[in-house]
Design a protein around this ligand. Structure first.
Ligand SMILES: [Zn+2]
Length: 197
């Protein structure tokens, strides 16, 4: 830890993804000029974040409650599950406003090179939800790992009585679902294609 409070703040902020030294410096000077009411709220929001969220036991999303608000919403379609890699992907699809089913968060994608296998993902939890489910929409990223994961899940689900579909291409290859715009996501959902069982 740097004994200089300004350097300490710059170094701490630089550890955030996407924040370089320059931006960290700019943020630090902004924090110095801002009211303590605002800086305290920022500090509190960050420091209490990990203690105030839980993993939903149904969909494995990171949320403020278990079950999460989506799983406990009886107005949503209970028979459709959209499978995503990360909680941020769920948020992106939610904000497209098009989808009214439920979700399942895998917490990653299969990646043999990085040593990520099926047991590292929430696949067992997904399988336990299949009875009573009519359709599983695979919304993993359109990249090598995401495609491999979708293929793996499609094979795993094929003996079960459930329709399996994959988001249509409409999202550029290599784009993470998280960063796709709402219109593309909406179109990809509408034009999803069924995978042969
Ligand atoms: Zn949930």
């Amino acid at each position: 830890m740097n004994p200089d409070p300004i350097r300490r703040c710059v170094e701490a902020l630089s550890r955030l993804p996407g924040i370089g030294e320059k931006t960290a410096q700019r943020l630090t000077w902004w924090l110095l000029r801002t009211s303590t009411e605002i800086t305290s709220e920022i500090a509190l929001a960050i420091s209490s974040l990990q203690d105030s969220v839980v993993e939903c036991e149904t969909c494995c999303n990171i949320a403020a409650s278990n079950p999460c608000t989506i799983c406990s919403d009886t107005g949503r379609d209970q028979k459709t599950i959209c499978v995503v890699e990360r909680p941020a992907d769920l948020l992106a699809i939610e904000s497209s406003g098009e989808y009214r089913g439920r979700y399942h968060v895998l917490h990653g994608a299969l990646s043999p090179l990085d040593g990520v296998g099926p047991d590292d993902l929430r696949i067992r939890e997904l399988l336990s939800r299949i009875p009573g489910t009519a359709e599983v929409i695979l919304a993993t990223d359109p990249d090598v790992d995401g495609d491999m994961t979708a293929l793996y899940l499609a094979r795993l689900l094929s003996p079960l009585e459930v329709r399996v579909s994959r988001l249509a291409h409409g999202i550029a290859v290599g784009t993470e679902i998280e960063y796709a715009d709402s219109v593309s996501l909406m179109r990809a959902l509408e034009n999803r294609r069924e995978l042969p069982g």
